[in-house]
Design a protein around this ligand. Sequence first.
Ligand SMILES: [Zn+2]
Length: 473
Amino acid sequence: MKKISYVIVLLLAAVCLFSQCKQERKEQRAKYVFYFIADGMGINQMNGAEVFLAEKNGKIGVEQLNFSKFPVASFATTYSKYNSVTCSAAAGTALATGSKTKNGIVGMDSLAKNPLYSVAVKAKRANKKVGIITSVSIDHATPASFYAHQKSRGMLYEIATDLPKTGFDLYGGAGFLQENHKKDSSCANIYDILKDSGYVVLRGLAEFEAKLGKANKAVLMQESNENPQSLSYAIDRDPSDLSLAQLTREAIDFLNADNTEGFFLMVEGGKIDWAAHDNDAATTFHEVIDMAEAIQQAIDFYKEYPDETLIIVTADHETGGMALGVGTYSLNFKALQHQKVSLGQLTEKIKQLRKDQKNKVSWEDIQALLAVNMGFWDSVKLTKEQEAKLKIVYTESFQGKDVTLEKRLYSSSEPLARESIEIMNRIASVSWASGGHSASLVPVFAIGVGAELFQGRMDNTDIPKKIAKTANY
Ligand SMILES: [Zn+2]
């Protein structure tokens, strides 16, 4: 009798232990993974956005963005295989695959010989649904690093043709930059290839809502194909323009529908980088705040599935060497709220004025335009020197028939628009080291299952490895 009791007790203990283990295993598995990459968002782009929100409301300090409240906050190094300062292709490859490569290469080793497979590919192999979305073109370096293997980020057609080969469930972004092969006309158009591979291409929110639910695999794009480069900047956005938050919402609904296995979703905020390349502080901060809107979609999902969801927010590199302060121990970020358009949009408005008035634009017209779009002379006071500088640039750029636009990586600007943005930066006390990337550390935030793995300083290559570990890919 005594022996039987012992056996029963032992059996019960074993069952308890087993179920506890099972419970723990279940809790540690990130069934739903969100991987947000804020392109170009260094610590200062993020902190600056928080200061901007505070100063707009008349406070000194910060108003925290949703992701900066995550329980785990750390930082990562970003250097690439041969360069201290990375480009988005090498950084995207590091964040996607866990391996460093040469600047310019997408999803391949530094000799461009062997493909490197991303954490998203591992997720797919583990039977997860996978989505890759961005606010820039779908063939751009960061999203491409998750699905493509090409020796150069500039091989846009080849990158696009890798997309159906990798075969994720959902891709989304502004569009494709190269629908056809540049030289070989016998190569099929990318939309035909997508169709033949079973992808439904949907344009605009109304079409997503009508047709995405019935699609098996889909590519989401903005309604108009006029600007396949990117979605509008948040600061310039019309209500009818597609936003990154809307794309994220659609992606979550699609990936989670009739799915018991879980999903992996990468979301890139691609234009923080663009605005920072332009040294346009207000536009940069609006992009960071807009990224937080997209992240909010994941946070809402996390609240529903807190024991099975992991959200990571990081950046591929810092852009511009942005500094908050110019030595005066004060900032004036509240002035930035009066900037209503990006550098690019301000250029368009000046160009339009030129066109409408056949290049005979008066100084008063320019003053009126800058008052409306930058708050100058109105809510934002200019010094005599600043006004004189603007007037010189006005005189120079409107005296001849042609104006020389100032070119940067993602923009061509009217000199007067460029000068206005620079004056706004100085008024706000923001300065920039360059129009390129820097080697600054980038932030890493985590919440949810396995978030504790992201504590402590890390390298960008550690991040996908940690994701794969906690998601059990
Ligand atoms: Zn960049």
